[in-house]
Write a protein that binds this ligand. Structure first.
Ligand code: PSU
Ligand code: MN
Length: 307
């Protein structure tokens, strides 16, 4: 049974042992408006290439799980209607029914691992939502980190989430949360938060070494590398707090639940910040693509040396 299809570029890179960075697609279909979504997806791929790795954007088109998209496929996904938001639970259903699906962090980790890709770059991960003690809204992303051995570079988690509860769940599941180059756990639009990250590493080689050690020890699960947004692109927590509060209140009032919560909040915050949040989002995604490429390069070097 064919489970996935590698793009020609990704197949070539795999055969040559070149570093590859997986990229998710929910950020394209449910995280940003058209046409910025496809422009950003192209910029992210270019950044990966500039930093010495090969990009593999992951999505489902007509039921086919694609590891690496052509430019035409990227455009098709970015403009498609009725795209499924595909997490662990949805991926086989989306494939079995021939639909179009955009992969979340969890599903992208699963697909990357199946394709032998160790590193993945995104914007922010899903986490424990505010009010989770009532709603029980905890993203499947968190449990995926405990199960699937992929190192994910993200800018921490958004302030729409409950950051301390998100960190607690990751700790319970034995997920290494590694701040890159600082002590504080980054909060997506803000480089720092009031919470310290449990771990800190300052260079890509150490992150690669720790990824490989986990694998060699047979520990299931991956690593979360929390990479702060570049200082010049930050939006202060004070500016965002009332906007997040308003968006969250609207979601509650309108009874938004389940998978729809994160896209709803992201869309409202974009409107309420007049697009400022999108600019910051783009800057941090590009920065994550860069760091992920450096980590993937170190892993590829190490694998070549030990073969
Ligand atoms: N957080 C962001 N931007 C995003 C997402 C989360 O800041 O685009 C997307 C990612 O694809 C993530 C998914 O995996 O939303 C999590 O959705 P949920 O909270 O429904 O698990
Ligand atoms: Mn959820």
């Amino acid at each position: 049974m064919t489970l996935f299809t590698l793009s020609p570029d990704v197949a070539k890179a795999k055969a040559a042992g070149q570093p590859i960075v997986a990229l998710e697609s929910t950020i394209i279909t449910h995280g940003m408006p058209y046409p910025q979504n496809v422009e950003v997806a192209r910029q992210v791929e270019a950044t990966v290439r500039e930093n010495g790795a090969v990009p593999a954007t992951i999505a489902v088109l007509n039921g086919e799980l694609l590891i690496g998209l052509t430019d035409a496929q990227l455009e098709e996904l970015a403009t498609a209607k009725d795209v499924m938001k595909v997490s662990r639970a949805d991926l086989p259903v989306c494939m079995a029914t021939g639909r179009i699906g955009a992969t979340t962090v969890a599903a992208t980790m699963i697909a990357a691992h199946m394709a032998g890709i160790s590193v993945f770059a995104t914007g922010g991960i899903g986490g424990v939502h505010k009010g989770a003690e009532q709603s029980f809204d905890v993203s499947a992303d968190l449990l995926e980190f405990a199960a699937t051995p992929v190192t994910v570079v993200a800018a921490g988690a958004k302030a729409i989430l409950d950051l301390p509860k998100t960190l607690e769940v990751l700790e319970t599941h034995g997920v290494p949360v590694i701040a890159y180059g600082q002590d504080s756990f980054p909060a997506f639009w803000s480089a720092t938060s009031e919470w310290a990250a449990p771990l800190r590493l300052d260079n890509p080689a150490q992150i690669a070494a720790s990824h490989l050690k986990r694998g060699a020890m047979g520990l299931p699960g991956g690593q979360l590398v929390a990479n702060p947004i570049p200082a010049e692109a930050e939006i202060s927590a004070e500016v965002l707090a009332p906007i997040i509060e308003q968006a969250t209140a609207e979601a509650d009032a309108q009874g938004v639940s389940g998978k729809a919560v994160t896209p709803f909040l992201l869309g409202r915050i974009l409107e309420l910040t007049d697009g400022q949040s999108l600019k910051a989002n783009i800057a941090l995604v590009l920065n994550n693509a860069r760091v992920a490429s450096l980590i993937a390069t170190e892993i590829a070097k190490e694998m070549a040396a030990t073969q």
